[in-house]
Design a protein around this ligand. Structure first.
Ligand code: CA2
Length: 152
């Protein structure tokens, strides 16, 4: 079977509020802006994108499971589930697709409870604290891996 030219973009709980609250932490761009940026960045590399955002863990797990049928990789900002969810981590691990983990804010410089990510060691790309632009870099790095252009 040929590798599908599609990425799954997953945004976790509360990211539907992006651009409406806490602009000093998360900026003023909206979830729609993020989804557009990811789609445009991926299209430039020949990939289409299926985007999902949910405030419900099980919906995200189902979307990740579906991806194994028709996606080549996953870009995910698990939001608060990053720091709590073995369930989400197990789903990402189970589908055996390359995963790019994105955080808009620099979680390393924030509260202690944000320092641990259950997703980090099942991801091959990590982009942290680069704002919404970090999603574009994550897509580029993931596409490099998928098309065999990664360095090192
Ligand atoms: O920096 C990130 O991207 C985070 O994944 C965002 C999560 C947070 O729990 C992580 O520690 C770091 C929070 C997402 C909630 O997003 C909001 C956006 C605007 C207003 C309120 C929440």
């Amino acid at each position: 079977m040929t590798t599908p030219r599609r990425l799954l973009l997953v945004n976790g709980p509360n990211l539907n509020l992006l651009g409406t609250r806490e602009p000093e932490i998360y900026g003023t761009e909206t979830l729609a802006d993020v989804e557009r940026l990811v789609a445009e960045t991926a299209a430039a590399r020949g990939f289409e994108v299926r985007a999902v955002q949910s405030n419900h863990e099980g919906v995200l797990v189902d979307a990740i499971h579906e991806a194994r049928h028709d996606c080549a990789g996953i870009v995910i900002n698990p939001a608060g589930l990053t720091h709590t969810s073995v369930v989400l981590r197990d789903a990402l691990s189970a589908v055996e697709l390359p995963v790019a983990e994105v955080h808009i804010s620099d979680v390393r410089a924030r509260e202690a409870f944000r320092q641990h990510s259950y997703v980090a060691d099942v991801a091959v790309v990590h982009v942290i604290g680069e704002g919404v632009a970090g999603y574009a870099r994550a897509v580029t790095l993931l596409c490099d891996i998928l098309t065999g252009q990664a360095e090192g």
